[in-house]
Every structure is written in structure tokens, then in C-alpha cells.
Write a protein that binds this ligand. Structure first.
Ligand SMILES: Nc1ncnc2c1ncn2[C@@H]1O[C@H](COP(=O)(O)OP(=O)(O)OP(=O)(O)O)[C@@H](O)[C@H]1O
Ligand SMILES: Nc1ncnc2c1ncn2[C@@H]1O[C@H](COP(=O)(O)OP(=O)(O)OP(=O)(O)O)[C@@H](O)[C@H]1O
Length: 469
């Protein structure tokens, strides 16, 4: 019998400074070349378990581990990270935390340099890898000036450049457009065909049906169910929703999105907030020119478009964080400055790590809250009540996202823009977020959501503005 690629035997893990074991007696065996997807609610332990497979837990995120977790001959808690990186390629949920260099080409070359590959071979491999992921246009760029999806693509390419035996991919599709997801699918299938063992943690499941062998459901730090691919495909969207999981059949949602694009009227100038010939971008890069868009209260507006098209740049400009390169932004038909826009608006960023400052969830959402009387209800609706005393930085990514969302909802600002707010959210939390937005839209607030999330756009947006290249 072949040895297992991954074998977790009664693995339990307790985070430092906590009273209880969070992961509880996890048994899971994955054979070489198998592709296993870990799903489950936000905070169920998907990321923590995946970090036991690449050595980050407990080497980097400390705590007590009992039982055993082996990735080939490496053993969590006993093997150093240095040895893990030879065997396991990882993509983290938040790609920003994983880049080691400031330049995209150096980022892809670094793992190859570390194993002493000759420079001409390195160049060839970097070019080949970029071609596989269709990201040649991103080579030799400053990493910090990439869009969220572009960063995710670089992280994925860099994790595979050494052809590792195991890939651990934590929410790798969360910021990608449809084209980038198709390319990711092809690459994963190719890796699988080459015998790579692949572990994914995901909320969005539809894109995984044609390559995942087994689905494993986590709940409160435990494995509670497993399905083969065929069994999982047989589950209806309703059944998945009962389990708190996202839909696998998105056909009707995609149709709904097309209808919502038609509902949105092209530019007219009686919007509460509208732009005229707006040019947005950075010192040396113009991202969009001649933008005429309008936003009104009392509806939830989705903003969609391909990776790198300028959605985040637009959000930053409309909330006054970035000055326009040209053109006008008008509020009630009067010119409005960046400073005034900052006063009126709240932006929930794509990476919420940058906007959580307080020592507890409770303090964070109370900062600048104009509606403290809503606090209890909002925390409850976003499943945060039990986390109120926790330090925001100790939360899972989906939990952090919900804290930033709660702050926005309580802020009393007139313009709320959410940049990919549901990238870390399961079905139930996405629905709860949508429900809160529907309540809020009756209060004369402009609500805009930048999103690649097909379910969020279809189920909760009233109109969709597609941003074009
Ligand atoms: N600080 C910056 N300096 C220069 N260029 C930048 C900067 N930030 C982003 N860009 C570039 O501007 C373009 C638009 O980026 P933006 O983040 O607005 O895209 P996006 O539509 O939000 O993408 P995604 O869906 O991937 O999040 C991209 O090509 C990106 O590489
Ligand atoms: N350093 C830490 N200290 C204490 N608790 C932590 C720490 N890191 C994570 N947790 C808690 O462990 C639980 C599992 O977190 P994990 O990130 O594994 O969840 P997840 O299923 O990946 O969630 P999401 O889908 O939101 O990313 C969460 O309740 C989280 O708050």
C-alpha cells in the first residue's frame, strides 16, 4: 500500500492564551495525487487545519498540538518551516501576507534561487509559469501596486513554481474573475494529473466540481461529514444552504446578474452622487477615463468587472482616499472634494487587516458609531456576539470581514462602499449580511458593493454596474 501524502491522526490544537482545544481529534488521510476540499462555516477551522499541513501551525501560530499531522515525512510541530517549503506550496487566504519580495518576477524566481537553480533556467521557468497562469503582463511589476486579484494570481504562480508534491490553497478563488478562475481550474487539473496532492479550503464551490475528489465538512473545529465528488454533486443548492454552504449550480444566478445589469440605467445627472468624465488611477498609471457613473440611495448597487479593471481604484476615489486624475465628482449636483467625500463615506476594504485598530471587537465597532443603539442587533445578525471581547487580529479572515462590515453599518455615513465583502463568508453569513443591507437601504444611504461573488450579486444587488476595460 502506498504511504499517505497527508495523515492527520487525532489531531487537536489549542491556540495560545485560550482555554480550550479548538481543533478536536481530526482524522483525515489523503493519498498522493488526491484533491480534497475542506468546506464549512466561517470560523469552523478550515484555515487552522490547512496550516497544520504546511507547518505554519504550530511553528508560526503557536499553541498546543496533540495527536499527529504528517505531510509525507514531515510532522507538524516537529519539522521546521524550512523543510516544509521544499514539499508544500501554499497560497494564503490573504495573499498580501505571503509575498517576500517587492517585484513580481523576483517573487516567482525566489523559490528557484533558494534551491540554487542556474539563472538562465530560472528565467525560463518564471516565463513558463507566468504563461500557464496567463499573467505575463504582470511580470516585472511592483507587487504592492497590483489589484487584489492580480496579487492572488502571483501568489498561486509562485506557490507552484517549484512543482511541490503538495499544494495547500486557502480560498484562492476569492478575488478572481471568471476568466482567472477558469485558468486556475486548468492549472489545478494539470497539477493533479502530474500527481500533486492538493488541499483546498473554499467557500465558493461551483468552480471546484470538475476536479475535487472528496469534500470534507468542518464545524467548530471538527470533521463532521465527508462526500465523494459524485455524492457532493448530487446535493441541491437548498440542501447545501441548510448546511451553510454556497451553491454549486450558479446558472440561474448568472442569468439574474445579466438582468440586473440591464436594470441599471446608463448615466443620467440626477443621481445623488455622480461623476462626469472622471479619470482615475495613480501617478504613472491611468486606470479608467471618461467614467460617467451614478449612485443613488434606496438600492444596493453592485460593481463588477474583470481583475485589474479598476474597481478598487474607483472605490478609493469615490470615498476620497485617492484624488481623481481628471473630471468631476458631484454630490447633489455640486462638486465635492476628496476631503468632503471622506467625511461622508465608509469603505470596507478588500483586505480588512488594514482597517482594524482596536483591542477588541466591541471597541472596534463602537469607534465612531453613530448608531450605538443598533450595535447589539448588528453584532448578533453578523454572528459576532460571542466574539465581542476577542482581539480582532486573532479572528479568522471571514470574522474580521464581518467586524469591518459591522463598523460600516453602524457608522451613520451616507455612502458605504464594500470592496469584496464576502470573499471569506459562507452561505449563512452572506445571507445575513444581505439582510442587513436591505434594512439599511431604507435609510437613505448609498450602498455599493464591489464583487466577484456571483451569489451575492445575484441574490442581493438591485442593480449592477459592469465596469469595462
Ligand atoms: N498603487 C498603484 N499604483 C499603480 N498601479 C496600480 C496601483 N494599484 C493598482 N494599480 C493598477 O491599477 C489597475 C486597477 O487596479 P484595481 O485594484 O482598481 O483593480 P480591481 O478592478 O479592483 O481588481 P481586482 O478585481 O483584481 O481586485 C490594475 O492594473 C492594478 O495593477
Ligand atoms: N491566534 C488565534 N487565537 C485564538 N483564536 C484564533 C486564532 N486564530 C484563529 N482563531 C479562531 O479559530 C477559529 C478558526 O479560525 P480559522 O481561521 O481556522 O477559520 P476558517 O474556517 O478558516 O474561517 P474563515 O472562513 O472565516 O476564513 C475561529 O473562531 C478563530 O477566531
Amino acid at each position: 500500500m502506498t504511504a499517505q501524502a497527508i495523515k492527520s491522526t487525532k489531531a487537536s490544537f489549542q491556540f495560545l492564551h485560550t482555554d480550550n482545544f479548538f481543533l478536536k481529534e481530526i482524522n483525515l488521510a489523503v493519498h498522493p495525487g488526491e484533491c480534497v476540499l475542506i468546506c464549512g462555516k466561517s470560523g469552523s477551522g478550515k484555515t487552522t487545519f490547512s496550516r497544520l499541513l504546511n507547518g505554519l501551525v504550530p511553528n508560526y501560530i503557536e499553541g498546543e498540538l496533540t495527536g499527529e499531522v504528517k505531510t509525507y515525512n514531515l510532522s507538524a510541530g516537529k519539522t521546521s518551516i524550512k523543510d516544509y517549503v521544499q514539499v508544500v506550496g501554499s497560497v494564503f487566504q490573504n495573499p498580501k501576507t505571503q509575498h517576500f519580495t517587492a517585484n513580481t518576477s523576483s517573487e516567482l524566481a525566489l523559490p528557484l534561487e533558494n534551491i540554487g537553480m542556474a539563472p538562465e533556467k530560472i528565467n525560463k521557468k518564471v516565463t513558463e509559469t507566468a504563461q500557464k497562469f496567463h499573467i505575463e503582463h504582470l511580470l516585472d511589476r511592483d507587487i504592492f501596486s497590483l489589484s487584489g486579484g492580480e496579487k492572488q494570481q502571483i501568489a498561486m504562480a509562485s506557490a507552484t513554481v517549484l512543482d511541490p508534491q503538495v499544494l495547500v490553497l486557502d480560498e484562492v478563488s476569492s478575488n478572481l474573475d471568471q476568466e482567472a478562475i477558469s485558468c486556475l481550474q486548468e492549472n489545478i487539473k494539470q497539477k493533479k494529473a502530474d500527481g500533486t496532492t492538493i488541499i483546498l479550503t473554499e467557500h465558493r464551490l461551483a468552480w471546484t466540481l470538475n476536479f475535487v475528489d472528496r469534500y470534507v465538512l468542518f464545524n467548530s473545529g471538527q470533521v463532521i461529514k465527508e462526500w465523494t465528488n459524485a455524492e457532493f454533486r448530487a446535493l441541491s443548492n437548498n440542501k447545501l444552504a441548510d448546511l451553510g454552504l454556497r451553491a454549486t449550480d450558479l446558472s440561474s444566478k448568472k442569468q439574474a446578474i445579466e438582468k440586473k445589469k440591464q436594470i441599471h440605467q446608463d448615466f443620467k445627472n440626477d443621481y445623488l452622487l455622480h461623476t462626469e468624465n472622471l479619470t482615475i488611477g495613480y501617478k504613472k498609471t491611468t486606470v479608467q477615463t471618461n467614467l460617467g457613473i451614478g449612485l443613488d440611495p434606496n438600492k444596493i448597487i453592485g460593481i463588477t468587472g474583470k481583475n485589474g479593471v479598476g474597481k478598487t481604484t474607483l472605490a478609493n476615489t469615490l470615498t476620497g482616499l485617492l484624488k481623481p486624475l481628471g473630471g468631476k465628482i458631484l454630490w447633489q449636483e455640486k462638486l465635492i472634494s476628496a476631503k468632503e467625500l471622506r467625511k461622508k463615506s465608509f469603505l470596507v476594504m478588500q483586505n480588512t487587516n488594514y482597517q482594524l485598530f482596536s483591542d477588541s471587537v466591541n471597541e472596534e465597532v463602537s469607534l465612531n458609531a453613530k448608531h450605538p443603539e443598533w450595535k447589539e442587533k448588528v453584532l448578533e445578525q453578523l454572528n459576532l456576539t460571542a466574539l465581542a471581547k476577542r482581539h480582532p487580529m486573532s479572528l479568522s479572515d471571514g470574522q474580521k470581514q464581518r467586524v469591518a462590515i459591522a463598523s460600516a453599518l453602524l457608522s451613520g455615513k451616507k455612502l458605504l462602499i464594500f470592496d469584496e465583502p464576502t470573499s471569506g463568508l459562507d452561505y449563512t453569513n452572506m445571507q445575513r449580511f444581505g439582510t442587513l443591507l436591505r434594512m439599511l437601504k431604507q435609510t437613505d444611504v448609498i450602498i455599493a458593493i464591489i464583487t466577484h461573488d456571483v451569489e451575492l450579486a445575484a441574490d442581493w444587488c438591485d442593480e449592477i454596474i459592469p465596469l469595462k476595460q
